[in-house]
Write a protein that binds this ligand. Structure first.
Ligand SMILES: NC(=O)c1ccc[n+]([C@@H]2O[C@H](COP(=O)([O-])OP(=O)(O)OC[C@H]3O[C@@H](n4cnc5c(N)ncnc54)[C@H](O)[C@@H]3O)[C@@H](O)[C@H]2O)c1
Ligand SMILES: [Zn+2]
Length: 355
């Protein structure tokens, strides 16, 4: 694929830079920002901030938040906004979000709303955020345990992807991000699916090209349909059931990670595709096997089926109470806005439970 020869992806109003410390430091140094605020969580503070500090000469004002999805809330935003105020941030300051999807979604949301909006750039540090959340402009926080209920769509000034950051990621987080790579392949490209299914994340050491190809899928789709009117809905494959499982799990002390829930969601939504007669039994079996080889089975996470089905009511893709879902009609092709029933979801959850 010719895209691999390119180093950056030029989006309409911003650029996704790969491995470009020079570009990042030049941009921060030359832009005469009144303050440079860097939002980290307690893990990226220790693993990633020292690397960034070596590369950027400007003084960074650090805001540290607690790590984890349960802190992706308006309460944490209030703390961030107050710290920005105490640091004297103004509309001419810039925010660098240095972290995974939680820091990126929430830090970007805080920057986009503080004083009606200031500049921000994403420096994603997890596999998931590098291939997915840092691109496409979705920003926001959870509400009462329901995912991403408050937010907006706004692109950053730039995204800087440094695959080296994922070296310090715990394995579970690596696999969580890999689920979105599986999704990108399944919805867009059969040959990418064949490449992805051959990867063992534990032994794979050169991720640069794979990250590039995966984020390119996200970029192409979100550039064509930034407001999610049509084709962007394809990216929600695995997420109707996956988010519902993730929300149900948030109440436990050790909940599933986002990608772990999405992996289960993809199996279930492949099963719904099969129930509807649009995906073959062989394709369902193939996806199920690839995912089960990578992710531990967690039948207990789908035990509360009625709660999970009820959670799908809050899905942002629904219209007039009808549950709308993205399904697969081939391994490498997705169709969106498919109406699914509670019964189909229940049967799919039972399929996963019985594996
Ligand atoms: N905006 C979007 O389009 C979009 C898309 C997909 C997911 N998301 C959101 O992204 C979030 C999930 O993102 P995530 O998986 O990156 O989660 P995360 O931000 O919670 O990061 C996962 C864990 O890894 C730690 N970490 C981050 N970078 C590290 C590094 N380099 N070394 C060691 N530890 C590191 C974090 O502290 C955290 O504990 C969810 O809230 C999800 O809703 C958003
Ligand atoms: Zn996701």
């Amino acid at each position: 694929m010719s895209i691999i020869t390119a180093t950056n992806i030029e989006c309409k109003d911003y650029t996704i830079h790969f491995n470009s410390w020079d570009q990042l430091s030049t941009s921060i140094n030359n832009n005469n920002y009144s303050k440079v605020i860097c939002i980290v969580d307690d893990n990226t503070q220790s693993h990633c901030l020292p690397i960034l500090e070596q590369k950027i000469q400007k003084q960074l004002n650090i805001i540290i938040i607690k790590s984890g999805e349960k802190y992706k809330t308006i309460d944490t935003c209030t703390k961030i906004w107050k710290e920005m105020m105490n640091l004297g941030a103004d509309r001419y300051s810039v925010v660098i979000t240095l972290g995974g999807g939680v820091v990126g979604d929430m830090g970007g949301f805080c920057a986009a709303t503080y004083m009606r909006g200031m500049s921000f750039v994403h420096v994603p540090t997890t596999l998931l955020s590098q291939v997915d959340s840092a691109v496409g402009g979705k920003l926001g926080v959870d509400l009462d345990g329901y995912k991403n209920m408050i937010g907006l769509i706004l692109n950053p000034d730039a995204v800087y992807i440094f695959p080296e950051f994922i070296r310090s990621l715990p394995n579970r987080e690596l696999f969580s991000g890999f689920a979105e790579m599986i999704k990108h392949a399944l919805i867009s490209d059969n040959s990418l699916w064949n490449e992805i299914k051959a990867i063992n994340p534990l032994t794979h050491d050169d991720w640069k090209e794979d990250i590039f190809k995966s984020v390119y899928v996200k970029y192409k789709i979100t550039e064509e349909d930034p407001q999610e009117r049509e084709i962007r809905k394809k990216l929600n494959f695995g997420h109707t059931v996956g988010h519902a499982i993730e929300s149900e799990n948030l109440k436990y002390e050790f909940p599933l990670l986002h990608g772990e829930a999405i992996a289960i969601g993809m199996i279930c939504e492949c099963h719904i595709s099969h129930q509807k007669g649009i995906l073959s039994i062989e394709s369902l079996a193939e996806v199920t096997q690839v995912i089960l080889d990578l992710y531990d089975r967690h039948p207990e996470t789908v035990a509360e089926k009625e709660n999970i089905i009820s959670n799908t009511r809050h899905d942002k893709k629904n219209k007039g109470g009808v549950i709308k879902c993205t399904l697969l009609n081939a391994l490498g092709n997705a169709i969106f806005d498919q109406e699914i029933s509670k019964r189909e979801i229940k049967i799919a959850l039972e399929y996963y439970e019985g594996l």
